[in-house]
Design a protein around this ligand. Structure first.
Ligand SMILES: Nc1ncnc2c1ncn2[C@@H]1O[C@H](COP(=O)(O)OP(=O)(O)OP(=O)(O)O)[C@@H](O)[C@H]1O
Ligand SMILES: [Mg+2]
Length: 483
């Protein structure tokens, strides 16, 4: 059992009970030892007095061997005293001259033995008193008196006394324990209440109440806890209200941000649509006016050539024929440029054949423009026909990406993958463009519009656009959009 695991109740019990227990045991043992010693001392002293008395009366019997009177004396002494077990008188050789045994002490364990020498006066001396006589060198020892005393009697008295003392000690012990239990009980119950109140504070009760108000240090602890809980309550309430108002502010700002984000997206969408509409109008204008005019010019030039051909015998007309020839070829060149411009402004193939075919045409043109790079294209067979507004956004992103490959990458390989996944999110289009060129750090701000425009376009159709690139590691563009 470790003391660290003891509860406060048990610790208090130990603190209060152990000293009382040890004090009670110690004091009863000391009392026992003191009484035992003093009683034994008393017994020995009375035994010695008796032995001395007998010794004085034994001279005659030892010298004359007339022992009858002495025996009578010894037996009378034994009858009078309950403590005497036996009295022996021996001569110098140790031989028993007279002996008397008590009839009541049959089995005795604890015995006190007392001796006294029997002496006779062998020369006359100055005898002032008894003590002088005993110390006189003229006295001779002729025998010895041995008195055996039993401790049983005084032990009996001792036990009776001890019983009373032990009873008193037990009463003191019980009173001590009762008081200590009462004291520790009030302390423990107060501690329990403090723990209970602390728990209720941790659960958010910042106005605690102690049922049993204490005085002294415990009262101070209770007051300190109550005070602390109220202050914590104030701080918590203050913090909560600040957090709530901050949360409301943040929610408002988030709503505003979300709104402005939506507005920005709408604006980009409208802007892109307006640009595409403008491009479309220009394309139509070019197609209907410039291209028509150029075609009619080519037609007139051809007529003029046919007309002048009738006079080909006249050498003076040759320069005019050359001029007309130049006009026709220039008009043809202009017409072809204008057609490219028209198809770039308004890729009709998008309308007619869809995104995959339009990208294929775009790639074929890029291949002519940038022959040192090998372009490849993979796409899902039966790629669905999607609406023009969607197609034109993806198409412009591909256009910008390919233009960057030509302008910046120095790549030798460029691969485009266009896939359609009808099972994902009710239909998803993935566009993946990779090149093995120089690469760049996409996190660096360039201030250019190409990549920014791609991101804005992607956002306008809720697409996820990611450009992964690093210097020397080529460039990868990923576009994911649900259609
Ligand atoms: N495929 C690529 N390989 C290497 N570098 C590239 C690639 N694509 C873009 N970059 C780098 O990123 C920069 C930003 O490209 P971005 O398209 O925004 O601008 P730009 O092409 O320089 O000009 P523009 O605004 O006319 O498109 C480029 O200047 C170029 O350094
Ligand atoms: Mg660019």
């Amino acid at each position: 059992m470790s003391f660290a695991n003891l509860s406060i109740t048990n610790r208090l019990r130990l603190i209060t009970v152990l000293p009382i227990f040890f004090m009670t045991c110690f004091s009863t043992l000391v009392v026992w030892a003191v009484i035992d010693y003093s009683m034994r001392d008393q017994l020995t002293a009375s035994g010695e007095v008796l032995a001395q008395g007998i010794a004085r009366n034994s001279e005659f019997a030892l010298l004359t061997r007339n022992t009858e009177d002495l025996r009578h004396l010894l037996c009378t002494s034994i009858d009078v005293s309950k403590d005497i077990i036996s009295i022996n008188v021996t001569d110098l050789t140790g031989k028993t001259v007279v002996e008397c045994q008590s009839q009541s002490h049959h089995y005795v364990t604890q015995v006190v033995q007392v001796f006294a020498d029997v002496r006779i006066q062998i020369a006359a001396g100055m005898k002032k008193d008894d003590s002088d006589l005993e110390m006189s060198p003229l006295k001779k020892v002729i025998g010895q008196v041995v008195v055996n005393l039993s401790t049983a009697n005084y032990k009996e008295k001792l036990f009776k006394l001890y019983e009373t003392i032990a009873g008193l000690a037990a009463v003191v012990f019980l009173i001590g324990i009762t008081f200590s239990r009462l004291l520790s009980g009030t302390l423990v119950s107060t501690l329990h209440e403090i723990v209970k109140v602390s728990k209720s504070i941790s659960r958010g009760n910042y106005d605690p109440y102690f049922l049993h108000k204490q005085s002294g240090e415990l009262g101070m602890v209770q007051d300190a806890i109550t005070d602390m809980a109220r202050k914590v309550g104030d701080i918590t309430r203050n913090l909560e209200s600040r957090v709530q108002s901050r949360t409301r502010d943040l929610e408002k700002q988030t709503q505003l941000l979300e709104k402005s984000h939506q507005e920005k997206k709408l604006l980009i969408q409208m802007n892109n649509k307006a640009i595409e509409a403008e491009r479309r109008a220009i394309a139509f204008d070019l197609h209907d006016t410039l291209n028509t005019l150029l075609l009619s010019m080519i037609g007139y030039a051809r007529h003029a050539k046919v007309f002048l051909g009738k006079y080909n015998a006249d050498a003076r007309l040759n320069p005019a024929i050359d001029y007309i020839q130049s006009i026709e070829s220039n008009a043809n060149h202009l017409y072809s440029l204008s057609r490219d411009l028209v198809s770039n402004l308004r890729p009709e193939v998008l309308d007619e054949f869809g995104l995959a075919d339009a990208i294929e045409v775009l790639l074929a043109n890029q291949q002519k423009l940038n022959p040192q790079c090998h372009y490849t294209f993979d796409y899902t067979p039966d790629f669905p026909k999607l609406n023009y507004d969607f197609n034109i956004v993806v198409y412009r992103i591909v256009q910008e990406s390919l233009s960057n490959v030509v302008k910046h990458s120095q790549a030798t390989l460029c691969h485009i993958e266009l896939t359609y996944h009808p099972e994902e999110h009710d239909g998803r289009v993935n566009l993946h463009i990779t090149d093995n060129g120089l690469g760049f750090d996409p996190t660096v701000f360039t201030g250019r519009t190409g990549v920014v425009g791609m991101k804005e376009r992607a956002e306008s159709i809720n697409a996820r656009l990611e450009i992964i690139s690093d210097k020397g590691r080529g460039t990868e563009l990923l576009l994911q959009v649900t259609v």
